[in-house]
Structure formats: C-alpha cells, structure tokens
Ligand binder design. Structure first.
Ligand SMILES: C[S@@+](CC[C@H](N)C(=O)[O-])C[C@H]1O[C@@H](n2cnc3c(N)ncnc32)[C@H](O)[C@@H]1O
Length: 188
C-alpha cells in the first residue's frame, strides 16, 4: 500500500514538473547520458529499453543506431514531451508503464538504461530485478544512482543485492549521479 502511495506521489510530482523538466534538468541529464554512452557500444541489431525515459532526452543519442528503442515512463505528462522528441525516428516507441511491472517478456533487450530512476523506487532492488527479468543474459545494464539519495556504498550494495556485476563505475565529481555499467552475475 505504501508502495502505491509513493508511486502516486511520484507520478504527481513528475506530471507537475513536465512543462519545466527540460529547462531545469536537460543539461544535467545530458551530461550523465553522455558519460553513460561512453561506456556502452551500440549495435544496429540491438533492442534497447530506457526505463524511466522522462522527456526522452536519451532518444536522439540512440535511436538511429539500434534496431528498436523503447522508452517507458510512469508519468503521462513527461511522455507527452517525449512524444515530440521521438518524431525524429521511426524505431522509437514509448509506453506508459511502471518500472516494477514491465510489459515485456523475459530476456528481450540487449541494453537497458535506468538513468536517475532508482531514487524514485519504493524498493530499488525490486526495480532492478524487473529490469534484469526483461534483459537478455548477456545484456548491458546501465544504471545511474543519484548521489543526493545514495552513498556510493549503498548504491553498489543495491547492485550487488540484485546480483548485478559491475564492469565499470564512474563517480566523477562533475556528475550528480554514479554511473554503473552492469552485467548479470555469472554463477560460480
Ligand atoms: C529524474 S527523472 C529522469 C528521466 C530521464 N531518465 C532523464 O534522464 O531525463 C526520473 C524519471 O523516472 C520516472 N519514474 C519514476 N518512477 C517510475 C516508475 N515506477 N516507473 C517508470 N518510470 C518511473 C519519472 O516519471 C521520471 O521520468
């Protein structure tokens, strides 16, 4: 119950913010996006998911470079902004959905992004497990953690608890998030 109350508040918060989101946050988010993209190679047969895509700031960086790009978000008003940003490319699709209940089959995506999403999750571990469920076994899972919300230690513990193996962690002081490149942990 508390989980849904928190989500309702999040939806309200981002719906209210929609008209000014890009003005307030685009520069900050683009800096994170560019740092994330330095760590991941895109291939033209890739299926890519952006969980918590917001206004679609990631879209123009990726869309023409991969086969399919899907952005999901829980805020209808942010998705209306994303709608205009997706017009550039026919392979971008957006959906209103909850990160903890993704409307996709197991093992669907080669790359999954979750950029500045986890601070909103009632339980980040649940969110990461759902992200893992829809990611292919060899997927690259690119997650960022808002420094204001997580210490580096708590962020890495959450990844560890989700059985994600870190292949890179960037903690650059100029960025407001930690940036993690993760894979499925290989069972020993
Ligand atoms: C700080 S914004 C980041 C948006 C985008 N990734 C960016 O870099 O600009 C967080 C986003 O997560 C979305 N969000 C929060 N909780 C969510 C959930 N349970 N399911 C899907 N999206 C969620 C919000 O609506 C918002 O768009």
């Amino acid at each position: 119950m508390a989980e849904w109350k928190k989500k309702r508040n999040i939806v309200h918060h981002y719906n209210q913010l929609a008209s000014v989101y890009d003005i307030q946050y685009a520069d900050e988010q683009k800096a994170k996006i560019e740092a994330v993209l330095e760590k991941v190679a895109l291939e033209n047969n890739n299926f890519v998911l952006d969980v918590g895509c917001g206004t679609g700031l990631l879209f123009p960086y990726i869309a023409n470079k991969v086969q399919l790009f899907i952005g999901i978000d829980i805020s209808r008003e942010l998705l209306k902004k994303a709608e205009t940003r997706k017009e550039c490319c026919s392979n971008i699709h957006i959906l209103l959905a909850d990160a903890d209940h993704l409307p996709f089959r197991f093992w669907s995506f080669n790359i999954t992004f979750a950029i500045t999403l986890l601070q909103n999750s009632p339980n980040p571990l649940v969110t990461l497990q759902e992200i893992k469920r829809v990611s292919k076994k060899h997927a690259r899972i690119m997650v960022t953690g808002l420094k204001k919300k997580f210490t580096q230690k708590t962020f890495t513990i959450i990844l560890e608890n989700a059985k994600l193996e870190l292949s890179a962690l960037e903690t650059d002081n100029n960025l407001k998030d930690y940036i993690a490149k993760c894979h499925f942990k290989t069972e020993t």
